[in-house]
Write a protein that binds this ligand. Sequence first.
Ligand code: PEP
Ligand code: MN
Length: 371
Amino acid sequence: MILILAPNTTTDSAEFKQLEAFLDGMPDIRHRIHQESGEQQLLTEVYLIGDTAALSTDEMRNLPGVERVVRISEEYRVLGRHKDDQRPTWFEYNGVRFGQDTLHVFAGLCAVNTPQHVEAMMQALQAHGQVCTRMGAYKPRTSPYSFQGHGKACLPYVFELAGKYGIKVVAMEITHEDHVDEIVTALEQTGNPTGVMLQIGTRNTQNFELLKSVGRQQRFPVLLKRGFGITLEESLNAAEYLASEGNRNVVFGLRGMKTNMGDPHRNFVDFAHVPVVKRLTRMPVCIDPSHSVGTRERAPDGLLDVMHVTAQGVIAGANMILVDFHPEPAKALVDGPQALTLDELPGFLEDVRIAREAYEKRTQLAASGNA
Ligand code: PEP
Ligand code: MN
């Protein structure tokens, strides 16, 4: 059971103290406090753990400071959307809002190769009004002989260039908890010119020790990719690992499933699950059309398959798009064949805008009771 307190109820207020005294006196019930400070207000939730089935929701609603009561199901306790659960579904990071109602494009390099490529990418993003990007420094590769990413050596110039071109959030995969410290060090060294969203890739979705350590830090939000060979439920539980350790600023990423059923795409595109994840949880949902499709094949209608599936995800309500671009795909160190080029960026963004507008019209139609 979750007690949602009236906005701006601080833990040193008289009401909170009365509430806590009451909860301390309840047999077999423990409680845990979660606080989130947004720009406008402080939100406090009290999680009751133990034998809550016997508690009356009406009685709990009348306790000091309590505004609403939500009875939680066993699954996805923190990130789940429980019965009659209308809690706000957003967080803000470095001035950018992430929610189930927003949409951000993270176009960028699958793997950083040269400072020149990074700069060309950032420059193009700024020219087209973008404040987010993706930059891979630590690459988990199938073969130990493949390029593993430039690692911490590239972080200072990536962050400096991000700051120079007004990029506020860089999505960056990490494969070990030490990488978080390396990112923190590089950000400090360069004067915190930008923000980072830690990405946990599909190969690490169930690396529980990594999830726990990333969940314990609350400085960076996390993009957790769905595991490519496990069920959706297993991947959502992986997200819950992050939240149960304290970090609730989690975006859930769909990136296609490993099955030959999806050939000739690299993975079987799973963007039909965008609304499912939004129904089951309160996480914003990201789609990764590049790693799903994996090629630059074009349909007879003239559109790239990557653009088709992007539009399919956006029209279904996706909140974030992680997409590979490269100034010179032939020179890309990882995943060049799926990268879009910088001159395709404006067309890509326009296509996203069209699909988003269609999604918004669809939700208006549903709200009017006509769909
Ligand atoms: C990536 O985004 O660069 C990546 C490796 O993705 P995934 O973990 O989905 O394969
Ligand atoms: Mn890649």
